[in-house]
Design a protein around this ligand. Structure first.
Ligand SMILES: [Zn+2]
Ligand SMILES: [Zn+2]
Length: 180
């Protein structure tokens, strides 16, 4: 299958090239096919990416992404939709195999560095990386999600199962528990 979003370096004019993106369920489905371990189901992301030649061989990629991702709550395990947004600046330098011998020094230390290989910018890969960065480490469907009952597994956002509350564990809680 033809890889999407491969931007030939020679298609980037001196004035830069701007792309408008709409990444919908189909795009996410293809990603999931290639990467079954992906931890979110789908999403809708729209954005703009601007590619500019920088210095001799480097390429500056500036992007803005906004939309939503379908995540799984880390407390109650329910699916939910989270709004996400991100802006990024990446400086792509030629991959190790194309770097010239004189080892030019990079003065743009505040930019994230990445590589491009050959004569093509793999925008697909860059976008996937940026989207993964937008996923929270512990996704929560709501700030005050009550999670699952540790005794019976009921979703406490939806029902009160009536199990006795387990006392909030302080640092010494384990020590005070009587051994039965
Ligand atoms: Zn939740
Ligand atoms: Zn319960």
């Amino acid at each position: 299958m033809k890889k999407a979003l491969q931007i030939p370096v020679n298609s980037i004019p001196e004035t830069g090239r701007e792309l408008h993106l709409e990444l919908g369920p189909e795009w996410f489905a293809r990603w999931r096919e290639e990467d079954p371990g992906l931890e979110f189901a789908s999403g809708e992301i729209a954005g703009t990416v601007r590619l500019e030649k920088h210095g001799g061989r480097d390429i500056l990629v500036r992007g803005k992404l906004k939309g939503s991702l379908n995540l799984t709550c880390s407390r109650c395990l329910e699916a939910f939709t989270a709004p996400v947004a991100a802006a990024f600046d990446l400086l792509l330098v030629p991959g190790p195999e194309t770097i010239t011998a004189q080892g030019e020094e990079l003065t743009t230390a505040d930019l994230d560095l990445d590589y491009y290989a050959g004569e093509v910018v793999d925008l697909e890969r860059l976008l996937r990386e940026q989207i993964i960065l937008m996923v929270p480490l512990k996704p929560l469907c709501a700030e005050d999600c009550r999670g699952l009952c540790p005794r019976c597994g009921a979703n406490r956002n939806r029902e009160s199962c009536g199990c006795p509350e387990i006392k909030a564990a302080g640092p010494l809680a384990g020590l005070a528990k009587p051994k039965v």
